[in-house]
Design a protein around this ligand. Structure first.
Ligand code: NAD
Length: 286
């Protein structure tokens, strides 16, 4: 039977640490970190994410600025807002909630966000920095997954790590983080052959596929650490991960549930990135 990795508890710890550091930053330097969240259009899921980010900002003591733009916003208008936020000293982090409506090229928007304020770590400069291991921010979801692995006390060095999924926001950076920790890393994707054979080698298995119950018991090695990044909504409205929990839990040594695993970590890491950004922009290194 696996130990369950409690993402709610770990994320609460991270946020509490950020809150304490923020309090000190305000008291000592008079600097209150600020996060600007931009949402374009009316996507209900995006709306929920943006509200959660706003609440998290309040809880840790940040200023939060919300910009809700209409569905028909043009790319030029959005670029103009990003430029204004780049130049606003009260704003330390800028996050444009994706996806954006189709008339807007999300790459152009990501590229326009100042790299120092890119708390999602999607800007090519930050992506490149992650590649060479010289980074200020890590993308929030893989950073959160790594924090959960660390919470188990399992040392990644020398372990076989398998990441299923190669997206720019989860799979690829996750693989890079595991590599920086000296894991032996394999990235699997939709064209991987004999997937189960590969995943059965994993001491640490990270699933970021976007398919409910995709990872079954026969794909997992006895004693593996299993991190489920997937968030899938079933027809009955319930949330479900990429891992078939009932089958995998008895084999794993550690496992993240969905919900309550990686999900809560993403916002906690966003708070940490914003605090890091605020300190760096004010030349504070403590
Ligand atoms: P994506 O669709 O961009 O990437 C999915 C990846 O899965 C692709 O690289 C693809 O090659 C791979 N894949 C698809 N079918 C496969 C198969 N049959 N065998 C092996 N690999 C296969 O998705 P994403 O943005 O990386 O997100 C992945 C999951 O993580 C989704 O469920 C998403 O909702 C979730 N997610 C969660 C958080 C969070 O906060 N916890 C954040 C981002 C994404």
């Amino acid at each position: 039977m696996a130990n369950i990795i409690d993402g709610k508890a770990v994320s609460a710890k991270v946020k509490e640490q950020v809150r304490i550091e923020t309090e000190a930053l305000i008291a000592k330097h008079g600097i209150q970190p600020g996060l600007a969240v931009v949402i374009v259009g009316n996507d209900p899921a995006s709306r929920v994410y943006v509200n959660n980010k706003k609440k998290a900002c309040e809880a840790v003591g940040f200023k939060s600025f919300e910009y809700a733009l209409p569905e028909e916003t043009t790319q030029e208008e959005l670029l103009e807002l990003v430029e204004t936020l780049n130049n606003d000293k009260n704003v330390n982090g800028i996050l444009v909630q994706l996806p954006v409506p189709k008339q807007i090229d999300d790459k152009a928007i990501i590229n326009a966000i100042s790299a120092e304020k890119d708390v999602d770590a999607f800007h090519p400069e930050n992506v490149g920095r992650i590649m060479i291991g010289d980074y200020s921010f890590l993308p929030c979801t893989p950073a959160g997954a790594m924090e959960l692995i660390d919470s188990t006390g399992v040392d990644v060095a020398g372990k076989n790590c398998v990441v299923i999924g190669r997206s720019n926001i989860v799979g690829k950076p996750m693989a890079m983080l595991l590599l920086h920790r000296s894991g032996t890393v394999t990235i699997c994707h939709s064209r991987t052959q004999n997937l189960a054979e590969v995943t059965r080698q994993a001491d640490i298995l990270v699933a970021a596929v976007g398919k409910a119950n995709f990872v079954t018991g026969d794909m997992v090695k006895e004693g593996a650490v299993v991190i489920d990044v997937g968030i899938n909504r079933l027809d009955n409205g319930k949330l479900c991960g990429d891992v078939n929990y009932a089958e995998v839990e008895p084999k794993a040594s550690w496992i993240t549930p969905v919900p309550g695993g990686v999900g809560p970590m993403t916002i906690a890491m966003l708070m940490r990135n914003t605090l890091t950004a605020a300190k760096a922009q004010n030349g504070i290194h403590e």
